[in-house]
Design a protein around this ligand. Structure first.
Ligand code: 3H9
Length: 719
């Protein structure tokens, strides 16, 4: 193919056009960027190319990406931070519309040949093409993640997608931001074909030719057999929208404007011809783009990508990091099996070790079951699933450890046991092996005392369930070597986590800020506030689960132990209630033993257990305004987060926001504790903490950093 090709244009702006037998190959590759976006230079380059295609330079076109792993990652999110009014967002959207309308109305067929992620404006570009083919590669994913940025699809997606795949399937994508693998995208009709990655280009060219020659039907508009015709009937459509709205309200409690706006625009748009329906998008996008919710979510996007590219070391983390291809996990419990699953899925070979062959086999079974379930969901063929399973093996001895680049110790939270394991691992592994210890409370320096190579020891605080939770808290001691930190960071990223690197101190970051928040809930309980009121208040503030439910989920024995560690370290700032003592004395461990703050039947959570009140001294039921509960719990967490920065546990506020949101569910639309301080104003936060301090004592004393910021009118982030 290459010899018949003549490059007719080399564009500096990231879109190159080549001709092959009358078919224009448009290759996207934004210079100096790791992803392609619909940035201003790319849009400009596309305009020039559209001019040429409109004037009949080609009989068909294929849109490809030369960027590995990325087709188009959507609009350039950076530009949203510059919007000062709704009109800015509206204008940007109109530009996008103009471009994609021209693409859709070209007199020639255009094939979107998608290899890598197609997100947001990326999918919307594909929707304006005549035909869509996706490469069956690991990285290929299609989705409309605008809702996760507090936005709606603003380049035609809200109207073109439901018309292509039906209302229900379109809403499922738009309201969740989920990313479909190629096979699932084909199943709903978002792509027409899934082909092997190596053949994508040649098949796309062939199909483009066939479309141009009328040998193949273009698939504009509603696909055959689509449920849209039925779903569009007035009664059916309103039923679908009503159900979707109920789902949104149950999930978000109305705290996020974007999903509601998406529903409104889809609902109204479907009653209009598509040209008019498209007109609904720009004003809605513009308004959403300047809401505090969108600002916070966009902040979080950049905070997260920033944490992913910052290995927490002096110099180039990428250069220092060593590849992890073989790892071993000691402790084949639920956590160990989860780490094994996440690692095997990314191509690593994993040895799962436990003390007896039975325990090791049990962990292996758990890992295999999880691998199979997840691979089946992605519709992977059976030979691939077998190969995946083959990557995890079990052992009850330290065989095979010598060749590992990383060992993760995931045994019980017991210092003596962990010390023994560290010594044994060091005997078996090489001097080059990184030793990651998975703990949520024990200081890493304490664990490293047993090590003869403390420079290789690092904390890896995974969150449960490992396969789902997005955060990895990496804890370094003053002895941890930079290459070890860089390797752990690269490993975390490779298994799909967002790592934050923090310094060693009791509770590290996530558990440290969670402890006073949880303790405050128990103090309120002792004051007489009902369990369900406490949960409701914090869910209404934006947490995914309330604190009382969280206690039961985490395990009351675990929380009790952690609280003791924190109290020892921080004294009366982590004020104690006696509730946990009494619960543990009464053998209440939470969900795991079916006895906690809630009742359980066959493992299913029921109502709050009224007998708990008797256990804690029968406090007189008391009505505390919801806002007061939120203030006490929310501000105590925010204040503690700032102390973590003061104490050098955190390296910067960015990691604090990422850790709080991804690790413990701090409401994303508030952007994290540090963003929250900036949006509220340090002065205001200090005044509110002082008011609480005068009522409840020094556990609410504002941190020195906050006081200083209030005095100087400073913020954590610029702008
Ligand atoms: C949209 O499309 C709106 C339209 O409907 C309407 C428009 C009118 N923009 O995550 P990584 C940067 S809204 C700007 O570490 P990975 C990122 O900041 C958009 N920058 O890599 C980072 O920079 P740095 C909808 C972007 O391989 C670098 O690329 N689209 C964008 O783990 C690498 O990122 C989305 O929401 C962007 N769109 O994951 C997609 N995307 O190295 C959001 C990435 O300086 N993006 N960057 O820190 C993602 O999901 C992931 O970044 C992606 C790559 C899967 C693409």
């Amino acid at each position: 193919m290459t010899d018949t090709m003549t490059a007719i244009e080399k564009s500096a702006a990231g879109v190159r056009m080549e001709m092959s037998d009358g078919i224009a190959l448009l290759r996207l590759d934004e210079p100096d960027k790791s992803v392609n976006t619909l940035s201003a230079p790319v849009i400009e380059a596309m305009r020039t190319i559209l001019d040429r295609l409109e004037s009949g330079e080609a009989r068909a076109a294929v849109l490809l990406s030369d960027k590995p792993g990325v087709w188009i990652a959507g609009a350039d999110i950076e530009q949203f931070t510059q919007f000062t009014s709704a009109a800015d967002g509206e204008r940007a959207t109109r530009e996008g519309h103009k471009l994609l309308n021209r693409l859709e109305n070209l007199p020639i067929p255009v094939v979107a040949a998608i290899d890598g992620v197609a997100l947001g404006g990326g999918v919307e570009t594909a929707l304006a093409c005549t035909y869509r083919i996706a490469a069956d590669t690991e990285k290929t994913r299609l989705g409309l993640p605008e809702v996760q940025l507090g936005l709606l699809p603003g380049a035609g997606g809200s109207q073109r997608l439901p018309r292509l795949v039906g209302i229900r399937a379109a809403l499922d994508l738009m309201l969740t931001g989920k990313r479909l693998d190629p096979r699932r995208a084909k199943k709903i009709g978002l792509v027409d074909e899934v082909v092997p990655g190596a053949d994508l280009e040649s098949i796309a060219i062939r199909i483009a030719g066939e479309l141009a020659d009328g040998k193949r039907e273009p698939r504009r508009g509603n696909r055959r057999g689509s449920p849209l015709a039925l779903e569009r009937l007035p009664g059916v459509k309103s039923f679908i929208i009503r159900k979707a709205r109920e789902g949104v309200m149950a999930k978000t409690r109305g705290l996020y404007p974007a999903p509601l706006r998406i529903l409104e625009v889809v609902d109204r748009g479907l009653d209009l011809p598509v040209e008019e329906a498209l007109e609904l998008e720009p004003p809605a996008f513009g308004e959403l783009s300047v809401t505090p919710e969108a600002r916070s979510l966009v902040h979080l996007f950049f905070a997260t990508t920033g944490a992913k590219s910052d290995a927490g070391v002096e110099g180039d983390g990428k250069a220092l990091a060593r590849d992890v291809e073989r790892l071993a996990i000691v402790g084949a419990g639920f956590m160990g099996a989860g780490i094994a699953t996440a690692s095997a899925e990314k191509g690593m070979r994993v040895r799962l070790k436990d003390i007896t062959p039975e325990n090791a086999a049990k962990g292996l079974r758990t890992a295999h079951e999880s691998l199979v379930k997840r691979a089946r969901r992605r519709k992977r063929p059976s030979h691939e699933i077998e190969a995946l399973k083959g990557r995890v093996t079990a052992t009850h001895e330290y065989t095979g450890f010598r060749r590992t680049e990383l060992v993760v110790e995931a045994v019980f939270e017991d210092v003596e046991l962990k010390h023994r394991v560290i010594r044994e691992v060091e005997e078996a592994a090489s001097e080059e092996t990184v030793l990651g210890t998975n703990t949520s409370t024990i200081p890493i320096a304490t664990l490293a005392e047993a090590s003869s190579r403390p420079g290789n020891v690092i904390g890896l605080h995974f969150f449960s369930p490992v396969e789902k939770m997005p955060l990895l808290e990496i804890i370094v001691t003053p002895q941890t070597e930079d290459w070890v930190t860089a390797t752990a960071h690269a490993y975390g990223k490779r298994i799909g986590k967002t790592p934050i690197v923090v310094n060693d101190a009791p509770g590290f970051y996530a558990n440290r800020i969670l402890t006073p928040y949880m303790a405050e809930a128990l103090l309120l309980l002792e004051e007489g506030v009902r369990m369900e009121e406490l949960d409701r208040a914090m869910k209404n503030w934006g947490f995914p689960v309330g604190p009382i439910t969280l206690y039961d989920e985490v395990g009351l024995d675990v929380a009790h132990k952690a609280a003791a560690v924190m109290r020892e370290a921080f004294g009366d700032r982590m004020e104690e209630s006696s509730v946990l003592d009494r619960m543990v004395e009464d053998d209440r461990m939470g969900r795991k033993n079916g006895r906690g703050f809630f009742t359980y039947e066959d493992g299913k959570k029921g109502k709050p257990d009224e007998s708990v009140y008797g256990l804690i001294g029968d406090p007189e039921p008391k009505e505390v305004p919801e806002a007061d509960v939120q203030e006490r719990l929310g501000l105590t967490m925010v204040n503690e987060a700032v102390r973590c920065l003061e104490d050098d546990v955190l390296r910067n506020p960015r990691d604090g926001d990422v850790g709080a949101v991804l690790g413990i569910g701090f409401p994303p639309f508030r952007g994290g504790p540090f963003w929250y301080v900036d949006r509220t104003g340090a002065e205001q936060v200090v005044a509110r903490l002082r008011a609480l301090e005068s009522r409840f004592g020094r556990r609410f004393s504002p941190s020195a950093r906050l006081v200083e910021m209030a005095e100087k009118g400073e913020t954590f982030f610029e702008g």
